[in-house]
Design a protein around this ligand. Sequence first.
Ligand code: PMP
Ligand code: GLN
Length: 392
Amino acid sequence: MAKTALAALGTSVFSEMTALAQQHSAVNLSQGFPDFEGPSDVVDDAVAALRAGHNQYGRSLGVLPLVRAVAAHSKRFYDIDVDPLTEVVCTAGATEALAAAMIGLLDAGDEVIVLEPFYDGYPATIAMAGAVPKVATLRWPDFAFDVDALARLITKKTRMMVVNNPHNPTGKVFTTAELDAIAGLCTKHDLIAVCDEVYEHLTYDVVHVPLCTRPGMHERTLTLSSTGKTFSFTGWKVGWATGPAHLIAAVQRAHQFLTFCASTPLHMAMALALDRCDHAFVQTLQGQYRARRDFVVDLLREVGFIVSVPAGAYFCLASMPGVDDDRAFAKKLVIDAGVAAIPPSAFYSEAVDEGRRLLRFAFCKSPGTLADAAGRLRRWAKPGDDGDPRGL
Ligand code: PMP
Ligand code: GLN
């Protein structure tokens, strides 16, 4: 018999929608992966690492070049001092870091505060640890942060708060004041913060501030990141956690038995890529993504959606007046328009009705793909003799 808490979560909505998009030859704006290649020198470095014989298990906490590159990256971008030997653990993507954090830090029955809409990996990994999620809602359309609602969730059993900044799926980037409010609760109630910052370099006109830099947070924050987004190689699954040695040691206890280490040659290549990742690289990346975001925001508005403009990450949440069943609408959009989006009710456990009015569109796609999606959505939205073809 399957573990009840996990069985209840079913199949990931990402697998489901990508399969549906393939089945109907739809333009896939559902699952968040780039449909273009990352930098070719990074691929060359991976080939060289394979040829150089970096093909066996690596150091469990991460190969030395990568942990050093991670520490140097934290210093370069945020002026954070990270000890590469004790304060970094490299994992198979941020996903494994998340699972190792939950399994390594939580006991059965511990309570964990999460903000919905959430990345679906949070409730799943909390369930793996036998812990219990307590959910506060960021509400459409501005996803404003209500510190009192968060405070009300805290009990004697609360051990951890999970924050995702920049935020998937809303595109929200937390302000320093919001981060300080979270920091205030964590320090007051002695909570561990797990801050998922995989989209740290994807912000548009706002600055990303790591939660661990706020007062009292260094010693209690585990920061997760991944090169999947920054270098457009989501399939490489190169991620890590950084934080104080006592938290990293707890994550490592789980990591050593989950995977022991991740792909050695890809970690070697990513160490070099991370060393080359400077402010100019990030500015170029942000410029490209800002153009994609603006294109998709304008397009969605043109075809009748109400859009919450994302300040970060590479997703756009949008509502269509009259829609209250996101799953049915997402399926209809695949079949009628040939465009796939994510039905985000899967990212809610409390305000599920809020999610039912929305769709999430990923804009980490090439200009050609976005133009194709635009053509399809415009044809779909154009009223014909029979009335509104969207069936609304
Ligand atoms: N956190 C968030 C918020 C994400 O959107 C994702 C998905 N890309 C991950 C974690 C997982 O990252 P990775 O692919 O590195 O495992
Ligand atoms: N993070 C990606 C998204 O939000 C998907 C990750 C996955 O497929 N597990 O679309």
